[in-house]
Design a protein around this ligand. Structure first.
Ligand SMILES: Cc1cc2nc3c(=O)[nH]c(=O)nc-3n(C[C@H](O)[C@H](O)[C@H](O)COP(=O)(O)OP(=O)(O)OC[C@H]3O[C@@H](n4cnc5c(N)ncnc54)[C@H](O)[C@@H]3O)c2cc1C
Length: 348
C-alpha cells in the first residue's frame, strides 16, 4: 500500500527501558537522530513505553530529544510483541514520522520488525552509518554486506517511516544537557490485559553466567592463532589477571572452544572498551567492525603483515605462546606490588 510520503515528518527514536532503567542504546541513537533531525529541520522525538516510566522523560530530553511520545500503562509492564507493536504502530499511524530508529537489542529488533509488518514499511537491520539526502528527504542507512566486503546503503523510497536498527555502542552518546526539557505527548493503548494471548507468568534468568562484553572496560580476545582449549586457557589466565572480559573471534567460537556470547564482530557483539588485547586474531573486516572503536588496541600476532596491525595502536610481532605467559607473569607481579604499596600507603 502506497502512502503519501509528504505527510510524514520528524525523526523518532525508540527509547528502550528495562525495569524502569533506560538502556544506553536509546540515548546513543538520540545523538544520531539529532544530526538527522537538524539536517531535515524537524523535531527529534523519543518513544517511551512502559509502566510508571514518566520520570524517565527527563533523561530523554537531556540526551537531545525535543518531544517524547509516552504511553504509560500496566499492560506495558513487560515487553510483549503484541502490546508494544500495537502501541507503536498506532503512534506511527497517528503522528507519521519519516525516520524511526531502534536499538538492535533482542526486544528492539523484535519490535522494529513487528512494526514494519504492521505499518508496511521497510527496515534496515544493523545499520552502522546514517545520513540523509535532505533534498529528497531520503534516509541513507549503510551497513556491511557480502560478508563485510562492501558497505551497502539502503534506501526506502516509497514507504514511510524509513526504519533502521542500530547495535549498541555503534554511536557515541551526546553529553547530557542538564535542565534541557521538551514536550511530553501522552497517549493511551487500546489493549486490555484480558484481550491478550500472551501472559507473562514468570521471568527465569538464564542459568548460564552471562558474558557482558558490551560493558567491559578491558577485553582480552583470542583468535584462531591460540589453536585449541589449552591456548584459550592461557588467554583466560591473562584476562583473569587483568580482571578483563574474555572475547573471541568467530573461528574460535566455531571451533567449539568457547560460546557465542564471547564472539566479537559483525555476527557477535560490538564493543568499545578502554583496552582491547587481540591475541592470534588476523583482523578480518568482520572482526574489526566489532572492536575498531576501542580506545586502545594491542595486537599480538606472529605475522607482521596481519591486518590487525593496521587497526592496532600497539603491536607485538611474536609467538603468542611465548609472549602471553610472559605478560601474565609480569602483570601478576606488577599488580601484587601495587597492592602491597597501596596497603603500606593506607596503613601509613
Ligand atoms: C558473514 C560473516 C560474518 C562474520 N562474522 C564474524 C564475527 O562476528 N566475528 C569474527 O571474528 N569473525 C567473523 N567472520 C569470520 C571472519 O571473516 C574471519 O574468518 C575470522 O574473524 C578469523 O578469525 P581469526 O582471526 O581468529 O582466525 P585467522 O584468520 O585464522 O587468524 C589467525 C591469526 O593468528 C595468527 N597466529 C597463528 N599462530 C600464532 C601464534 N602462535 N602466535 C601469534 N599469532 C598466531 C595468524 O598469523 C593469523 O593472523 C564472519 C565472516 C562472515 C563471512
Amino acid at each position: 500500500m502506497r502512502v503519501n510520503i509528504d505527510d510524514y515528518r520528524g525523526v523518532w527514536v525508540y527509547i528502550e527501558q528495562k525495569k524502569g532503567q533506560l538502556l544506553d542504546v536509546g540515548l546513543e541513537l538520540l545523538a544520531a537522530g539529532r544530526d538527522l533531525a537538524d539536517k531535515l529541520e524537524v523535531d527529534l522525538c523519543g518513544v517511551l513505553l512502559g509502566e510508571e516510566v514518566k520520570s524517565l522523560t527527563k533523561d530523554v530530553f537531556e540526551a537531545g530529544a525535543d518531544k517524547v511520545y509516552l504511553i504509560d500503562d500496566p499492560v506495558l509492564h513487560y515487553y510483549r510483541t503484541e502490546t508494544y507493536m500495537t502501541a507503536v504502530g498506532d503512534l506511527v499511524r497517528k503522528y507519521k514520522p519519516e525516520i524511526f530508529l531502534y536499538g538492535a537489542t533482542s526486544n528492539g529488533k523484535d519490535l522494529a520488525s513487528a512494526v514494519a509488518t504492521d505499518v508496511l514499511c521497510g527496515l534496515t537491520a544493523d545499520t552502522t552509518l546514517m545520513d540523509v539526502d535532505v533534498e529528497k528527504r531520503l534516509f541513507e542507512a549503510s551497513r556491511p554486506a557480502f560478508g563485510g566486503n562492501i558497505m551497502a546503503t539502503i534506501l526506502c523510497k516509497k514507504h514511510r517511516p524509513q526504519m533502521a536498527t542500530v547495535r549498541p555502542k555503534v554511536i557515541k552518546r551526546l553529553p547530557l544537557q542538564a535542565g534541557r526539557t521538551g514536550e511530553v505527548i501522552e497517549e493511551t493503548i487500546n489493549v486490555k490485559e484480558e484481550d491478550l494471548q500472551t501472559k507473562v507468568l514468570k521471568i527465569v534468568k538464564d542459568a548460564k553466567k552471562a558474558v557482558n562484553l558490551e560493558e567491559a572496560s578491558v577485553i582480552v580476545a583470542a583468535g584462531k592463532g591460540i589453536k585449541d582449549e589449552k591456548g584459550f586457557a592461557m588467554v583466560r589466565e591473562l584476562a583473569e589477571t587483568l580482571n578483563a572480559s574474555l572475547g573471541a573471534s568467530r573461528d574460535v567460537v566455531e571451533a567449539g572452544i568457547c560460546g557465542h556470547d564471547h564472539q566479537v564482530g559483525q555476527t557477535g557483539v560490538t564493543v568499545t572498551p578502554k583496552v582491547y588485547i587481540a591475541i592470534g586474531i588476523s583482523g578480518a573486516i568482520q572482526h574489526l567492525v566489532g572492536m575498531q572503536n576501542s580506545e586502545l588496541i594491542i595486537a599480538i600476532n606472529n605475522d607482521r603483515e596481519a591486518p590487525i596491525f593496521q587497526a592496532a595502536h600497539y603491536g607485538i610481532v611474536a609467538d603468542a605462546f611465548t609472549v602471553v605467559p610472559m605478560l601474565t607473569t609480569a602483570f601478576k607481579e606488577a599488580l601484587s606490588h601495587s597492592e602491597t604499596e597501596e596497603g603500606v600507603t593506607s596503613r601509613g
